[in-house]
Write a protein that binds this ligand. Sequence first.
Ligand code: FAD
Length: 457
Amino acid sequence: MITSLIIVGGGLAGSEAAYQAAQRGIKVRLYEMRPRKSTGAHISDKLAELVCSNSLGSNLIDRASGLLKAELRIMDSLIVSCADSAAVPAGGALAVDREKFAETVTARIESHPNIEIVREEVRRIPDEPCIIASGPLTSESLANDIARVLGSEHLYFYDALAPIVNADSIDMSIAFKASRYGKGDDDEGDYINCPFSKDEYENFVRELLHAERIQLREFEEAIKNGVNAGPDKFFEGCLPVEIIASRGEKSLAFGPMRPVGLTDPRTGRWAFATAQLRQDNLAASLYNIVGFQTNLTWTEQKRVFRLIPGLQNAEFARYGQMHRNTFINSPTLLEPTMQSRARADLFFAGQITGVEGYMGNAASGLVAGINAARFLTGLPPLTFPPPTMIGALCHYVTHAEPKTFQPMKAAFGLMPPLENAPRGKRDRAKRYAERAMRGIKEMGEMKENVMREGKGK
Ligand SMILES: Cc1cc2nc3c(=O)[nH]c(=O)nc-3n(C[C@H](O)[C@H](O)[C@H](O)COP(=O)(O)OP(=O)(O)OC[C@H]3O[C@@H](n4cnc5c(N)ncnc54)[C@H](O)[C@@H]3O)c2cc1C
């Protein structure tokens, strides 16, 4: 029986995966190309280097990211344990001293008797059992090989995240359901439409153009001229909404906000311009603002996009962005166990699977590491239940609509709806968290049983 595993990439996902597999008695060879070869964003040779913010999000259990951390603690996550030990004061959030954090992860991995670190670039998907966790800046040779093996139509080099809002925060006394020219599956209409008067449109465009933007990195400059950014953008130059707006006063009204064929049932007419929202999950609790990928800062997105009629009280489950980001079409290619559908000994983890956020990426690494170990020891894979945040995230990235798939971070809207859900947002969040903690404790006990059977150390 093979009991060794190759992991490509020593970032958040790869380090977590290596630890989980090694704890279960698997001999791991962890390949990290730094410092020999750089990604363009990392600056050190340490594992789990945080490339940007030193905040790992909320620590409060009634926040999506806080719940994810609570679940990861129960599952004995290396990344969360190292983050806890490197924490700096940050109110309700978990922020870390980034150097101490990366040093602690590196030391824990280096000293693990079952892990060998190899400082080399992997240029092809290995033929042996492996986890690919090479991140948003996967090296070019490996990316080419991934495209060769999975099909180039399933690999993307930029993301184009449109903001997502919670459906119950949309004001349906202003917005209306309709499909363009009534051509949809649903009689009521497949889209939620937000109609603008001329004044509202002009004000919106003015605010959009003056809003603060996130600075693009050198390797992201191509975004300003349009890039291929995902399955439905494959053949066109996809642009941030503020760049489209800058090309002419009416460019949005003739582009993503064109109102033609969208009759407002209250006026019987087409509006001056219309922002459309498309359903984003099966439970219809999340809607994305179509074509509104953006590099506005989060604060500015909240301010400017709340000027859209009907979204004045919108709650954002995900903010928009456009970044350099290598990711695969996981809904077509992966199981929620992070296992390839085509090859049972091939796993993917981290940002390359379309998971967003430091903690989400650690979580997908944890799932891949546990399941690769189970595969190698002849145990069936574990699917984390969708009522847990880890399970909800893995479920989303492997069950989203493949044609419009874009990366996603932890959010309560990804979880199955609650029965008799309370009306208040915080009460609902608490109920989601209680349900998730029951589910994850069962998964934790399962892990203990496997360890007691002598598979782990
Ligand atoms: C510029 C930038 C800023 C970001 N800012 C944030 C932020 O503020 N907050 C946030 O939550 N997320 C941020 N992200 C996303 C962030 O990258 C992820 O949340 C997280 O780092 C992803 O974890 P990962 O393990 O998938 O990838 P990484 O942490 O990037 O790890 C992948 C590792 O694989 C290595 N590698 C790549 N190719 C090969 C190869 N062929 N062979 C061997 N090793 C290889 C890389 O050197 C790297 O160490 C940012 C991303 C970028 C690019």
